[in-house]
Write a protein that binds this ligand. Sequence first.
Ligand SMILES: [Zn+2]
Length: 223
Amino acid sequence: MKIARLIFNPLQENTYVVWDDTLQAAIIDAGNMSERENNVLEKFIADNGLTPVVAINTHGHFDHLLGVAHVCERYGAEFALSSKDEFLLKNAVTSAELFGVRSGAMPEKIDVDLDGRESITFGDTTLQIISTPGHTPGHVALYEPQSKVLFTGDTLFRESIGRTDLPGGDYSWIMRSIIDKLLPLGDEVKIYPGHGEESNIGHESMYNPFIVEVLNDEINYRN
Ligand SMILES: [Zn+2]
């Protein structure tokens, strides 16, 4: 599996283009919003001979959605998002305005509901869907076990975590998601977050202050 990171929109959101030898591609969290950014994405896709078949979203925040309608229209790709984040999709244009971002069209409907779904496939690649509520109720992480690659969206960043003060956010949920569902995947698993640089689970278990705090508290509690 090959991965490219493109950084789009004023919120510096990571859009990942993911593909394999079939040259079918998934666009994870398409955040491209201007003509220039659309061109950057289209040029990358054309230069690599890719066919995007699905736009997969880790969650329904507007900065991760800004390019989805364009990708779906331009390439005929399907749109995958948990229906638990549909309320965010419906409010995405207004949310963007509150952040001073004038968005274009948003996708009108979810083609593939990731809520309760185990995996999603494009080309020869299957991404496991891990429900990770907390940043949003419908947030998912996407895991490819052969490459040991994990797309964490806004749940887990390098040495930080996503906000939990936005509508539908919950701090105890995000920490349970990280500690019970992501850390057990193993130290060597590489993390591709929704903002900022890559990391891996081992680094985060040692140096992520939010994780370290909860792990220390749990040890104290047990003792
Ligand atoms: Zn977010």
